[in-house]
Design a protein around this ligand. Structure first.
Ligand code: UDP
Ligand code: MN
Length: 273
């Protein structure tokens, strides 16, 4: 019916793509994103960082947000950034909030196509957990199970419909997200799952096309790259975990994201022809 297909009109412009980054990665991770997938979603993507960089501000047409959160990997400071991401989404008026880390490659056209399957006026929490069972929370002294919930791994990316984001307003907006994180002393992505699954009583919908480096990237078949929403990498500090894609030399493209981009979009200027 007409009503069923309303959400199929979703376009890239209806999505708020939010990337968490930090001054630590402004010259390593960020330039790869700016060179590749960001070019396909320049007006829809915003970066949440902890520093001012005029060059990046120019390159992104003012889309770098200095959250004034600390530049550390501590729970509190990562939750601080997520909190600012969420508040900016609310402010944007867009239909979908999609969060990614700065070690994600976002397959922009695929993200749009997948979101077209869901109605943003309904409550949707889309993502991929990195564990195969919900997180169980116990009462310390008695070891009694208090509750359990699923959460989408932040490092794979996840999306929240506007309808759901609005319901979270009383507990999560205006910095209240940080208080939730601190209250349950869990990381930002886990806290998001806690708010949505436990407090809002809305279930995570498994969308397996989101990928974090908690998976073995080389196991993703090349034939499926076009169908995936996100990719990731880790290393070289930890052991390298990257997708297997032909293209540039690994010394020039250690993350494989430049090669992946050329695999998906061979017409790009920097791609070999
Ligand atoms: N990050 C940050 N501040 C830090 C360290 C990391 O904002 O001090 C961000 C980073 O940019 C990334 C996310 O947090 O978007 C996850 O960081 P990372 O990939 O280094 O760690 P992981 O949690 O994947 O092991
Ligand atoms: Mn990571």
């Amino acid at each position: 019916t007409v009503y069923d297909s309303v959400h199929k009109n979703i376009t890239l412009d209806d999505i708020f793509i939010s990337v968490k980054t930090s001054k630590h990665y402004q010259y390593s991770r960020l330039p790869i994103i700016l060179k590749t997938w960001f070019q396909l979603a320049k007006d829809q993507t915003w970066f949440f960082t902890d520093t001012d960089n005029p060059q990046h501000q120019r390159q992104t047409n003012g889309h770098m947000v200095n959250t004034n959160c600390s530049d550390s990997h501590q729970r509190k400071h990562l939750c601080c950034k997520t909190s600012v991401e969420y508040d900016h989404f609310l402010e944007s008026g867009k239909k979908w909030f999609c969060h990614f880390d700065d070690d994600n490659y976002v397959n922009v056209p695929r993200l749009v196509t997948v979101l077209q399957k869901y109605n943003h006026q309904e409550d949707w929490y889309l993502g991929r957990p990195s564990v195969n069972k919900p997180l169980h929370i116990y009462n310390k002294p008695t070891e009694k199970l208090l509750f359990a919930f699923w959460f989408a791994t932040g490092g794979a990316g996840f999306c929240i419909s506007r309808s759901l984001a609005l319901k979270m307003l009383p507990v999560a907006s205006g910095g209240r997200f940080i208080s939730v994180c601190e209250g349950i002393r869990l990381p930002d992505d886990v806290s998001m799952g806690f708010i949505i699954e436990h407090l809002m009583k809305k279930n995570l919908t498994l969308v397996p096309e989101f990928h974090s480096h908690l998976e073995q990237m080389k196991l993703l078949p090349m034939e499926t790259f076009r169908d995936q929403i996100s990719f990731s990498y880790s290393g070289p500090k930890d052991k390298m975990n990257v997708i297997n894609v032909p293209g540039f030399d690994t010394r020039y493209d250690p993350t494989r994201f430049l090669s992946l981009h050329c695999f998906l979009f061979p017409h790009f200027k920097f791609c070999p022809r």
